[in-house]
Design a binder for this molecule. Structure first.
Ligand code: TRP
Length: 329
């Protein structure tokens, strides 16, 4: 089975956009690939040197991913900072990465602009740490968003360069894995394009029925169709996208007909969406609550995951040491 590795940025709680856009695909992948997921807490030090209560944010993320269906037996899930082996590979890879190419990475340039007083070396070498995350497991595929294109290119370059310098065929070049064809783009509730944390238009997996219903009922609409069979404006199309995601085809068709003959009542449409979204979120929310209350289980899952990751990384790093010429310790 091909190896798949992916890092989870520890940013806020999961919302429906994350769930349908990525997490559901992670869950589907665990049966087809040898998956490993980790929480990239070292990476967050590049922008947040004092991260607050790390233990609890890690548990929050773990609880949410597990509640969505990540099975740690099939797909070990670990915390990046629990696996020190990564750092040794990060060091070796850094020796073959050049200032010029690291400075050209757009995310570096952006962050450097955003935090001009903290343009630290970790920020510059963010792509090398990411390459170490991936290459330590000799992963073939990495599910990432489009914004990670350059970082993935650096990871491939690290692999190629190592192989060239030492004349070996050791590291496979990891390929980006997009599930955008399978993933659904969840629209925002404020009429804007996409559900995203920064735009504050999210339904979170932790939201209770009342909160979800309130958010849906507040969704932006227009004054209604005036001509039969007219094209739907974006805000209305967005609501229909929710129907497509959460409701049955019959329900979709029912409201589509109502739109087409101009008898649609947005209140009814929203009530339907709210009800069907609640039906999806409620069982996940309940599992989040169960996991969150059981910190011993969460900690054990992370410890077990780290053990698997450490073994996988150690095998790679022993080989790397041997290839470079260091003693195996
Ligand atoms: N840079 C990724 C992001 O911002 C997170 C990440 C860190 C990652 N290390 C990784 C993703 C390794 C995939 C593989 O989303």
């Amino acid at each position: 089975m091909e190896k798949v590795v992916s890092g989870i940025r520890p940013t806020g709680n999961l919302h429906l956009g994350n769930y349908f856009g990525a997490v559901k695909s992670f869950v589907a992948m665990q049966d087809q690939y040898q998956c490993m997921f980790f929480i990239a807490d070292w990476h967050s030090l590049t922008t947040h040197p004092k991260p607050g209560d790390i233990q609890n944010s890690v548990r929050t993320i773990l609880a949410e991913y597990l509640a969505c269906g990540i099975d740690p037996v099939k797909a070990p899930i670990y915390v990046q900072s629990d696996v020190r082996e990564t750092l040794e590979l990060y060091l070796y890879l850094n020796m073959n990465c050049y200032l010029g190419e690291l400075e050209r990475v757009t995310t570096f340039k952006e962050k450097a602009r955003q935090q001009p007083d903290n343009v630290n070396a970790g920020l510059l070498t963010y792509p090398t740490l990411m390459a170490a995350d991936i290459l330590q497991h000799r992963a073939a595929k990495v599910p990432v968003g489009k914004d990670q294109e350059q970082n993935m290119e650096m990871a491939r370059r690290c692999a190629r360069r190592f192989n060239n310098i030492y004349g070996v065929e050791f590291f496979p070049e990891p390929q980006n894995f997009y599930f955008s064809d399978k993933a659904l783009k969840v629209p925002g509730l404020d009429g804007s394009g996409k559900m995203g944390k920064s735009t504050g238009n999210c339904i979170y997996l932790r939201d209770d029925d009342k909160t979800i219903t309130k958010k849906v009922m507040k969704a932006v609409t227009d004054s209604g169709p005036t001509e039969p069979n007219s094209e739907k404006p974006e805000v209305i199309e967005n609501l229909f996208t929710f129907l497509r995601i959460a409701s049955t085809p019959d329900t979709y068709q029912y409201f589509d007909e109502k739109w087409n003959d101009c008898s649609i009542r947005y209140g009814d449409l929203k009530k339907q969406i709210a009800q069907d979204l609640c039906a999806i979120v409620a069982p996940i929310r309940e599992r989040i609550e169960q996991f969150s209350a059981d910190t011993a289980t969460l900690d054990r899952i992370a410890r077990d995951g780290a053990e698997v990751a450490r073994q996988s990384a150690r095998a790679t790093i022993d080989e790397v040491r041997r290839i470079i010429g260091f003693r195996i310790i």
